[in-house]
Write a protein that binds this ligand. Structure first.
Ligand code: SAM
Length: 249
């Protein structure tokens, strides 16, 4: 499936492109942490806008630009955390209408320490908005945990238990805040029709694009960092090799 990559500020790139009419936008922007995010081998990106007013002044025009590329039945999944989720949710309510809200998904990743001062923060939020009521949704199946249904599958709830990438994982690229491929595959298979088109305007190391290619979707990725796109190309090449080596059914 074709994957197209663009290097640059997603605002500028999205303004220059003809409308893509994508079925799904997954976006995982900087979270408003207020520091430089550093990964392995010197990889890094700036996440400096801690103040909500500055952060939303950055995000709002980018959300508007993304909407110009969304199909009339398309879906936005916006990945964020406790820092800005309330501001982003209000902005999406305003830009898409409150009726467009579908879910506030919780990605429970399990890693991290504890705190003597508060409940330990162990999840991210993923805001799910749909442009119309005819959006595509195929409920993902996950292993049941109750004793009664042990060994069976059940429809996923709005809490997704997927481990964060550990230091030894084969999929680890070293890019800071890289998301697990299992999370992206689950989201894409649920929210994008087969052979549909996924856009990730903050694609980082390319997790969304690899998951899209692996599940037979087209994809467009944008990132400010050339290094991120180099990692993305490398991962896509490996994924293509795996797909072409897979026995045909
Ligand atoms: C949270 S990371 C994305 C991680 C990605 N989901 C992954 O699995 O590797 C955010 C990304 O946004 C990129 N970025 C920051 N500002 C940007 C902008 N204005 N336009 C495009 N990309 C940007 C950063 O370089 C970084 O790769």
């Amino acid at each position: 499936m074709p994957v197209t990559l663009h290097n640059g500020d997603c605002l500028e790139v999205l303004q220059q492109l003809e409308p893509l009419e994508v079925d799904l936008v997954y976006m995982d922007p900087p979270f408003g942490v207020g520091r430089r995010m550093a990964g392995r081998d010197g990889t890094r990106f700036d996440d400096l806008l801690e103040d909500p007013a500055d952060y939303m002044a950055f995000m709002r025009p980018r959300l508007e630009s993304v909407l110009r590329h969304l199909h009339e039945d398309g879906i936005i999944l916006l990945h964020c955390d406790w820092r800005q989720v309330h501001h982003l949710r209000l902005a999406l309510d305003e830009l898409m209408g409150r009726d467009a809200f579908v879910n506030q998904l919780v990605w429970r990743y399990g890693l991290g320490g504890s705190s003597p001062r508060r409940f330990a923060r162990k999840h991210d939020d993923i805001l799910f908005y749909a442009r119309s009521q005819s959006y595509h949704f195929k409920p993902p199946l996950v292993p049941a945990t109750s004793q009664r249904l042990k060994g069976q599958m059940k429809k996923a709830t709005d809490v997704l238990d997927i481990p964060a990438i550990n230091n030894m994982a084969h999929e680890r690229t070293g890019w800071p805040t890289q998301k697990p491929i299992a999370l992206l595959k689950l989201l894409i298979e649920a929210c994008c029709p087969e052979s549909g088109h996924v856009l990730d305007p903050f694609c980082g190391s390319g997790t969304t694009l690899v998951a899209a290619a692996d599940t037979g979707r087209n994809a467009t990725g944008i990132d400010l960092s050339e290094e991120a796109l180099r990692l993305t190309r490398q991962r896509l090449a490996e994924c293509e090799e795996t797909i072409s080596k897979a026995p045909s059914r």
